[in-house]
Every structure is written in structure tokens, then in C-alpha cells.
Design a protein around this ligand. Structure first.
Ligand SMILES: NC(=O)c1ccc[n+]([C@@H]2O[C@H](COP(=O)([O-])OP(=O)(O)OC[C@H]3O[C@@H](n4cnc5c(N)ncnc54)[C@H](OP(=O)(O)O)[C@@H]3O)[C@@H](O)[C@H]2O)c1
Length: 245
């Protein structure tokens, strides 16, 4: 039976993914900043799937707490087989363009926090020579755009970090799956204009779970984003910078 730690568990995508793991018999430790909401989600999973689901609080930017937090989650689950990094925020992108502290907040909630947590997690899984990590990155990380380059750069750096981690952990039998999400219908994207190919959190979670089962390493969800981003990356910079999107 798998013991899975899910961070950013109040995300509808993470919540649907937690249900996928629970329906396959996994035991879960769910965490995010809003501990009361995490407890409600854990209770729902316990009732519906009849599996062990624990709730905790976790702040991605509380770097110094990450080691103790991970040790406590592993103690509670009696070991750790996998970790899902689903936390992240769009932040106030417009403000981040002129306010360095807003830009740094976006970077630490999406990237630096994940670096801190994953470094602790990787050490543990590497020592046990098995396990998996799933990282929710974004198509926004594939190319810097005028409208969301602060968030995009944090997600792009996260994907690069996950790529390096995958290479480092390959010989230790630890798998790393990078998920490049397109638009998913959650509070993060609610009310945003000009979004394409929006899918539900449940559809996103089903695709992520399937990719994990198949042992994939990098996936675009939904798949349509793969050719789109391939084409986007080929547009010469001198043209790309003129498109304001
Ligand atoms: N929705 C999309 O279209 C889309 C596209 C590409 C990538 N993604 C990525 O998918 C993941 C899930 O996003 P979502 O759309 O489901 O958004 P969401 O509903 O806003 O969920 C974000 C999650 O991150 C947690 N979180 C935020 N800041 C945190 C912090 N400092 N420490 C710990 N947890 C924190 C939130 O919980 P608390 O507030 O309780 O802490 C929540 O669980 C994110 O990494 C996002 O970047 C989403």
C-alpha cells in the first residue's frame, strides 16, 4: 500500500488526485496553509474511500519547518512512498511587475518553497532507494510572456529543478513526474479572460494519475498543449515580444 504526502491539498486538482490515490488504496497525508479546510477534505476522503487520510498544515515559504514537517508526515504514515507538490499561487502579477517583494513572494510560493521541500524529500526517498515525486508545473513556464513572466519563470525554474532531480534520483529508483498544466478550472483561473482549452480538476487529476501509473516523466495536461508549446517556443524572440498576451 502506498503512503502519499500531498502538499497544496486544498487545490481542487490536488483534491481530485488525492481521491484517485485513495480509490487505489493509498494512505494519505494532506497539507496546505488552511488546516481546517484540509481536515474537511481528509474527512471526505476517509468517508468516501475508506482509507487513512491525515491532515496537516504546511507553508511553502516556512523553509525552516520543512524538515520537521516531512519527518512528522512520514512518522504519521509510517513511511513515505510518494510526494505530490501541488502548491502554488498566481500572485498579483501586475503588482509583481513593479514591486520586488510581490515578485519574490510569487517566486517563493511557486519555486523556492518547492526547492526547500523537495530537497528534504529527495534525501529521504534516495536513502530508501524507491518512491516517487509528482510536481505540478505549468505551460506558463515554457516561455516568458509579458503578462505572466514572474509566475511563468517560477514554474519554468520548478520544471528545470524537477528535471535535474529526476536525473539525480534515477539510479536510486525514485521517479519524478513533471506535469505541465494548461488551464484548469480552479479559483486560480476563475474569471480570467482569454483562457483556452480549460479542463476540469477531475479531468486533470485523471490524466496525472494515468501518467504516473504509466511511469511517464514529463506530461502536458491536456495533451493539446504539447504541440502548442512546441510551436510557441519556435517563434523568434523579435516577433514573440510584440505579442502582448
Ligand atoms: N489552474 C490552472 O489553470 C493551473 C495551470 C497551471 C499550473 N497550475 C498549478 O497547479 C497547482 C494547483 O493550482 P490550482 O489551480 O488548483 O490553484 P488553487 O486552488 O489556488 O490551489 C493552490 C494550492 O496551493 C496552496 N498554497 C498556496 N500558497 C501556499 C503556501 N505558501 N504554502 C502552502 N500551500 C500553499 C493552496 O492552499 P492554501 O491556500 O490553503 O495554503 C492550495 O492548496 C499550482 O501549483 C498551480 O500553479 C494550475
Amino acid at each position: 500500500m502506498r503512503r502519499v504526502l500531498i502538499l497544496g491539498a486544498t487545490s481542487p486538482i490536488a483534491r481530485a488526485l488525492a481521491r484517485e490515490f485513495a480509490n487505489h488504496g493509498a494512505r494519505l497525508y494532506l497539507a496546505a496553509r488552511d488546516g481546517a479546510e484540509v481536515e474537511r477534505i481528509a474527512e471526505d476522503i476517509r468517508v468516501r474511500a475508506g482509507v487513512e487520510a491525515h491532515a496537516g498544515t504546511f507553508d511553502a515559504t516556512g523553509f525552516e519547518s520543512h524538515r520537521e514537517f516531512t519527518a512528522n508526515a512520514a512518522r504519521t504514515l509510517d513511511g513515505l512512498d510518494g510526494v505530490v507538490v501541488a502548491f502554488g499561487t498566481l500572485g498579483d502579477e501586475e503588482r509583481a511587475h513593479t514591486d520586488a517583494s510581490a515578485a519574490l513572494a510569487t517566486v517563493s510560493q511557486n519555486f523556492t518553497g518547492a526547492v526547500s521541500l523537495l530537497t528534504v524529500v529527495a534525501e529521504r526517498l534516495e536513502a530508501e532507494r524507491r518512491g516517487f515525486i509528482i510536481v505540478l508545473a505549468s505551460v506558463a513556464g515554457d516561455r516568458g510572456r509579458a503578462r505572466n513572466y514572474v509566475y511563468g519563470s517560477a514554474k519554468g525554474a520548478l520544471a528545470l529543478f524537477a528535471q535535474g532531480l529526476r536525473a539525480r534520483l534515477a539510479n536510486a529508483g525514485v521517479r519524478v513526474l513533471t506535469v505541465k498544466l494548461g488551464t484548469v478550472d480552479t479559483r486560480m483561473t476563475w474569471g480570467r479572460e482569454g483562457v483556452l482549452f480549460t479542463i476540469s480538476p477531475e479531468a486533470a487529476a485523471a490524466a496525472i494519475f494515468e501518467a504516473w501509473k504509466r511511469g511517464r516523466e514529463v506530461v502536458y495536461v491536456p495533451r493539446v498543449w504539447r504541440p502548442i508549446m512546441l510551436a510557441m517556443k519556435m517563434i523568434p524572440e523579435r516577433w514573440f515580444k510584440r505579442v502582448k498576451f
